[in-house]
Design a protein around this ligand. Structure first.
Ligand code: ASP
Ligand code: MG
Length: 406
């Protein structure tokens, strides 16, 4: 008998009917001869509503209390699902993250799982129960309840699958798989049958909101295959796993985009040791995360330093950098908040030349100016005007022939 961990997102358990639909799907999986452990998200917009409530009673809600509050959303959906299963004649039990042995550090609202002790889950399975675990939450050494960051139920599911040595983790939402690009932006985007962990991780890190990044990281680390599919139909989903067949490896797999980019340039900086540290250490201390950094080759010992941040962090970053730029002898400090990025991603790129050339040529033909370029082994990212993102994604999708079958 294979053990499968199934995870259902907030849209899949949005109301009573949908919860019953999920219960029927679980029963089907069980009756096909599998053991099932289920992880659920909170119903629909519950988490957003709880956050809103917290900010209505306090300007800065206490982080410990906020995590306990948010964890209740998943408790509600897990208990309702267990009740639905009972009434269909199937023994089931709901467990909170703490009861399921999800241990975390104490970083409220963004806790990381440090350890899993699935004894209770295993015991309930032995008794013949379908175990429903509340996602998105864990417990610290001091028995405080934590949450794992928005969208964190995915991570709970993959972590549990790893801890229980499950055959696979199936992750259901209202989208039936991973597409070559965001289908809402680009209707011709095509569903992939499979994608590697590293490609998926680059996609989600560079703006593709398909799955919680840490879930993919954990999947790779513990070799848990993750099937992404819909709870509303039986369409085949996308398998995130390790091996992707040879043919597929030689192509760009997807185009990610992210409209959340702002740029700061420190102009006319003396090129001497310690300048980058003088700028980036205080930024780090202010909790500002920097994405792309580019330093120009210096001319007569003067250079420009450019970096990007999320739009919401631009004001804070400028407040840190402006006084520093004066004190290190830079000429000025300028910013642009209307940027975005497009990325082409595919493991095949590291073995074959010409991908960068084709990307730049495609953008040139669209008359899209590239402001900054950043790369990894399997990704090329261009920072461009935010208003041109859609044109860029569409042109790149066509140039790399992503609408045709693998
Ligand atoms: N309910 C949480 C959220 O909305 C966690 C999740 O859905 O995975 O972020
Ligand atoms: Mg949610």
């Amino acid at each position: 008998m294979a053990l499968i961990v199934q995870k259902y997102g907030g849209s899949s358990v949005a109301d009573a009917e949908k919860i019953k639909n999920v219960a029927r799907r679980i029963v089907r999986t069980k009756e096909a001869g599998n053991q099932v452990v289920v992880v659920v998200s909170a119903m629909a917009d519950t988490t957003d509503e709880l956050v809103k409530l917290a900010y209505q009673v306090a300007e800065h809600p206490h982080t410990r209390e906020l995590d306990v509050l948010l964890s209740t959303g998943e408790v509600v959906s897990s208990t309702l699902l267990a009740m639905a299963l009972h009434s269909m004649g199937h023994p089931a039990i709901s467990l909170s993250g703490a009861q399921a042995g999800i241990r975390t550090d104490a970083a409220f609202s963004k806790a990381r799982i440090t350890d899993i002790d699935p004894k209770r889950v295993a015991k309930e399975m032995e008794k013949g129960n379908i175990v429903i675990v509340a996602g998105f939450q864990g417990i610290t050494e001091d028995m405080d309840i934590t949450t794992l960051g928005r969208g964190g139920s995915d991570t709970t599911a993959v972590a549990l699958a790893a801890g229980l040595k499950a055959k696979a983790c199936e992750r259901y939402t209202d989208v039936d798989g991973i597409y070559t690009s965001d289908p809402r932006l680009l209707p011709e985007a095509r569903k992939l049958t499979e994608i590697s962990y590293e490609e998926m991780l680059e996609m989600v890190t560079y703006g593709f909101k398909a799955i919680h990044p840490r879930a993919v990281e954990l999947g790779e680390l513990f070799s848990v295959p993750i099937l992404v599919a819909s709870s509303f139909n039986d369409n085949p989903g996308t398998l995130i796993h390790k091996e992707v067949s040879m043919e597929v490896r030689n192509k760009v797999r997807g185009i990610a985009h992210d409209p959340d980019v702002a740029k700061i340039t420190v102009v006319g900086v003396p090129d001497q040791p310690g300048i980058a540290a003088a700028i980036f250490v205080p930024l780090a201390e202010a909790g500002i995360s920097i994405d792309t950094i580019v330093q120009n080759a210096s001319i007569e010992n003067i250079t420009d330093l450019t970096f990007t941040v999320a739009k919401s962090q631009l004001k804070g970053a400028m407040a840190v950098v402006e006084p520093i730029s004066g004190s290190i002898g830079a000429r000025e400090c300028v910013s642009d908040s209307k940027l975005g990025k497009v990325s082409i991603i595919g493991t095949g790129m590291q073995y074959a030349p010409g991908y960068a050339a084709r990307m730049f040529d495609t953008l040139k033909k669209e008359n899209i100016n590239i402001q900054l370029i950043a790369t990894s082994e399997i990704r090329i990212t261009c920072i461009i005007d935010e208003a041109r993102i859609k044109d860029a994604v569409r042109a790149l999708h066509r140039a790399f022939e992503l609408e045709t079958e693998d």
